[in-house]
Design a protein. Structure first.
Length: 338
């Protein structure tokens, strides 16, 4: 709290014990809000009568409250000629200077928008603004309704330091240059981390992930290929066991395996005008589009096949080769599908 200083402009004089016409004695108030930069006796004392407009103290800064000791008020009144004031047992009076107070959050938003624009960033929420210690909310005259804006901002991208001037249209301080604020501004970067440990091959759901946001200069330990959005990971599978709260990388993911190792599969043969399906066993696990080894359970022959769906693989036979001989045209080479 700010202790109000006794005004150097105290008016000295003598008067009656009670103001003329007063029905009740002057009584100290518990608290008061003033709009002026001067506190008058009538602001502090009920029934001050002819002494009401006498200036006695300077007001606190706009938007602040100061405590005036009761004995100082009594002493000042006595010197003005008001011989007696009922204090009601109060030891001090709280004096608040009326103001329109602009919160730090609004100031941060304006600074962030200005710096985002200078960096070519469309979303100002990606700029984190931290004011230096001692920066306080802006307080202007209570009648001022002008908007808050940034008249100047200097920002060092390397260090993140900024120096800015804020103005409020119609405020007296704005006419004198504005309100200077300093601090740190950093671009925030998103990256995705598992919310829990994930096993190899486990298909990832949105609930398994969390998006972290940190200033770019704090990302020394985050890999360059870290995933920045949930869409990049949801529906993919873990290529290896993943630890919770560690940045998720593109190389940590793979397509979900839809064919299990040693699992039953349907082998679909295509080629040479033929198409048939037989039962088989996958000798390797694989995702859609992967090439895996499978075994035809009828012939026990091992084949290379492409995973085309859950529990399904396809073997595409090459076209038959026609051989030419001196005797004439040979027969097409046969293909063993079994």
């Amino acid at each position: 709290m700010i202790t109000l200083r006794l005004s150097l402009a105290l008016l000295l004089g003598f008067g009656a014990a009670l103001p003329a016409g007063a029905e009740t004695p002057p009584t100290l108030k518990a608290g008061v809000t003033v709009a002026s930069d001067i506190v008058r006796l009538g602001d502090l004392v009920d029934n001050a009568g002819e002494f009401s407009e006498v200036a006695v103290f300077r007001s606190p800064d706009m938007g602040h409250t100061g405590q005036v000791p009761a004995w100082r008020i009594v002493e000042a009144a006595r010197r003005m000629g008001m011989a007696r004031i009922e204090t009601g047992g109060r030891t001090d009076v709280a004096v608040t200077r009326a103001a329109r107070v602009i919160p730090l959050a609004d100031m941060e938003e304006r600074i962030a928008t200005a710096i985002a624009g200078s960096l070519g960033i469309a979303d100002s929420s990606r700029i984190a603004v931290t004011f230096d210690r001692g920066v306080r909310p802006i307080a202007v005259e209570p009648t001022v309704r002008g908007t808050l804006s940034v008249s100047r901002v200097d920002h060092d991208q390397r260090s993140g330091r900024f120096d800015a001037m804020l103005v409020v249209a119609g405020a007296a301080q704005s006419d004198r240059g504005g309100f200077r604020v300093t601090g740190q501004a950093a671009e925030l970067v998103d990256y995705v981390v598992p919310a829990r440990s994930l096993s190899r091959g486990e298909v990832i759901k949105a609930s398994d992930l969390t998006v972290e946001r940190r200033p770019r200069h704090e990302l020394a330990g985050v890999p360059a290929d870290a995933i920045s959005s949930l869409a990049q990971a949801v529906g993919q599978a873990a290529r290896r066991p993943l630890v919770a709260e560690r940045a998720l990388r593109i190389s940590d993911l793979m397509k979900p395996e839809i064919v299990e190792r040693n699992g039953n599969v349907l082998i679909h043969y295509e080629g040479n005008g033929l198409s048939l399906t037989v039962r088989g066993k996958a000798l390797e696990a694989g995702a859609e589009g992967d090439t895996v080894q499978v075994q035809n359970l009828t012939s026990r022959k091992t084949l290379q096949a492409t995973v085309t769906g859950p529990g399904r693989v396809t073997v595409v036979q090459r076209a038959a080769v026609t051989t030419l001989s001196a005797a004439g045209i040979g027969s097409p080479a046969s293909t063993n599908l079994q």
